[in-house]
Design a protein around this ligand. Structure first.
Ligand SMILES: CC(C)(COP(=O)(O)OP(=O)(O)OC[C@H]1O[C@@H](n2cnc3c(N)ncnc32)[C@H](O)[C@@H]1OP(=O)(O)O)[C@@H](O)C(=O)NCCC(=O)NCCS
Length: 175
């Protein structure tokens, strides 16, 4: 049974390491950044980055790390990291986790959620995942990550409705 929680627990840094490593998408430096963010949140050293976890049978199988962008207009958030444990990918957990996040942020009056991802082929399914959800490609920073790897900046506009009156993520879910 899948459940969601926002309160970070003492074993989460270890679970985050396991989930991030399992994807094969992140190098050791990225994994360590994720773990350190979680540790700093646990120790109350830095509470600007938050997590939302998806637990299967009380064991974390996916997480999203997000926060309000400090120098942007109020209500502007960023998804910093998102991962699903490799053997649980493609089961709808990532989509459900985003649904939880969006409804949580809507209640806080959020208007936009940004995220950065990579243009290289490895990330094609990731980009499809976000696009299917309703994120729109807003900008590309050429060769940001590497010579052949640009930064794709996506945005989910929480105020925009389509011509049928659906919010972007409702449209994605209805597909
Ligand atoms: C992107 C990610 C978080 C999506 O989580 P998820 O739990 O697999 O997502 P869902 O099951 O809700 O959605 C699956 C969709 O994601 C995409 N996807 C990405 N990688 C996939 C994989 N290995 N297996 C199946 N689907 C994958 C597909 O487009 C799929 O779409 P479909 O429903 O049309 O088949 C997850 O695949 C992941 O951890 N990827 C590696 C790390 C990553 O790219 N993180 C984001 C960095 S910006």
């Amino acid at each position: 049974m899948l459940s969601f929680r926002s309160k970070i627990e003492k074993n989460d840094p270890q679970a985050i390491r396991q989930i991030a490593e399992s994807t094969g998408f992140f190098d050791e430096q990225d994994v360590r950044i994720n773990v350190d963010i979680a540790k700093n949140l646990l120790n109350q050293k830095d509470t600007s980055h938050k997590f939302l976890f998806a637990d299967y049978m009380n064991h974390p199988v996916a997480y999203v790390c997000y926060g309000e962008i400090p120098d942007a207009k109020e209500g502007t958030y960023e998804i910093y990291w998102l991962s699903t444990l490799n053997e649980y990918r493609g089961l709808g957990i990532g989509h459900n986790l985003l649904n939880k996040l969006v409804s949580k942020l809507r209640k806080k009056g959020a208007s936009k959620i940004y995220l950065k991802t990579e243009s290289k082929e490895l990330y094609a399914p990731t980009r499809r995942f976000y696009e299917k959800y309703g994120f729109k490609l807003q900008a590309v920073l050429p060769e940001y990550y590497d010579d052949n790897d640009s930064c794709c900046i996506y945005v989910l506009d929480l105020k925009a409705k389509d011509s049928w009156g659906f919010y972007p993520e409702q449209y994605g879910a209805a597909e």
